[in-house]
Design a protein around this ligand. Structure first.
Ligand code: MN
Length: 128
């Protein structure tokens, strides 16, 4: 069985690398986009098991991209985890209410990330 594919939509190269490294270490395959428009195209082409979505992106932001994916019956079931450093009070609740499946604050806790992803698509490294 091939390992699940996770799409990283993130415009910061350092954050993209961190997500990529943590995901690969935990047995996931990854795709990357540095803007929402490319991310949407990759979702439609590759049907990832999960999307990590930055909120602050050039042009279209992560909320708008999430709304488009959740409104499309062919992509609405794909879990989308918001990632943002805009960790203002109430931000988490606002993001979850707007339709994201989960929320991770940046800087990312690399010990927490695999567990959060595994809640949605299963763990790849801890077979019992
Ligand atoms: Mn960003």
């Amino acid at each position: 069985m091939t390992s699940p594919l996770v799409l990283i939509i993130e415009d910061n190269p350092k954050n993209r690398k961190l997500f990529r490294d943590v995901l690969h270490f935990n047995g996931y395959r990854t795709l990357e986009a540095d803007c929402a428009e490319t991310g949407l195209a990759l979702v439609r082409e590759h049907r990832p098991a999960l999307v990590l979505m930055d909120i602050q992106l050039p042009n279209m932001d992560g909320r708008e991209a999430m709304t488009i994916l959740k409104a499309d019956p062919s992509t609405s079931a794909i879990p989308i985890i918001a990632t943002t450093s805009l960790a203002m009070k109430g931000d988490r609740e606002t993001l979850l209410q707007s339709g994201f499946d989960a929320y991770l604050a940046k800087p990312i806790n690399i010990k927490e990330l695999p567990g959060v992803i595994a809640q949605y698509i299963g763990s790849q490294s801890q077979h019992t």
